[in-house]
Design a protein around this ligand. Structure first.
Ligand SMILES: [Zn+2]
Length: 149
């Protein structure tokens, strides 16, 4: 390999690494924005819940349907938040402790802060490798047999 070839190859590698870093940074900042938005949505729902409780107290009657609906919305948003957190961890190569919320490297088995056992990261690639089972073609064959006379 000549000097120029080597130089080009090195430059390409550097560019690829830089590109990956930029992608991750963009992804991370988008996730962080989404997280902030979801947090503020949740805060808004709590306010709505408080308002509802106040109105219910004033009216002297319970509006259970409306109340349950807002509670369900908060649950859904909390799930979204956990999902965003997981995605952030994935980009950073970190884990969030389910007990204390501390961030740690994803190759740790235990939380360094509180000692809680951390979940093992499953690789998605292995799941993809599982071959799809062939669908049985019996039903179709049966229908065809009936039309034949
Ligand atoms: Zn912990």
């Amino acid at each position: 390999m000549g000097f120029l070839d080597e130089l080009v190859s090195t430059t390409k590698n550097v560019a690829a690494t830089a590109g990956k870093k930029t992608d991750e940074a963009v992804k991370l900042s988008k996730l962080k924005m989404k997280k902030a938005q979801t947090n503020s949505d949740i805060k808004g729902k709590y306010e709505k819940l408080g308002e509802l409780v106040y109105e219910m107290a004033k009216a002297g009657e319970k509006d259970n349907d409306n109340f349950d609906a807002v509670v369900a919305e908060i649950d859904a948003l909390t799930e979204t938040l956990e999902d965003i957190e997981r995605q952030i961890d994935e980009v950073n190569g970190t884990l969030t402790c389910v007990n204390c919320g501390a961030k740690t490297k994803n190759d740790n088995s235990y939380c360094p802060k509180c000692g809680t056992k951390l979940p093992v990261i499953e690789t998605v690639k292995e799941e993809d490798a599982v071959a799809e089972e062939a669908a049985p073609a019996e039903e179709k064959a049966e229908t065809e047999a009936k039309t034949e006379e």
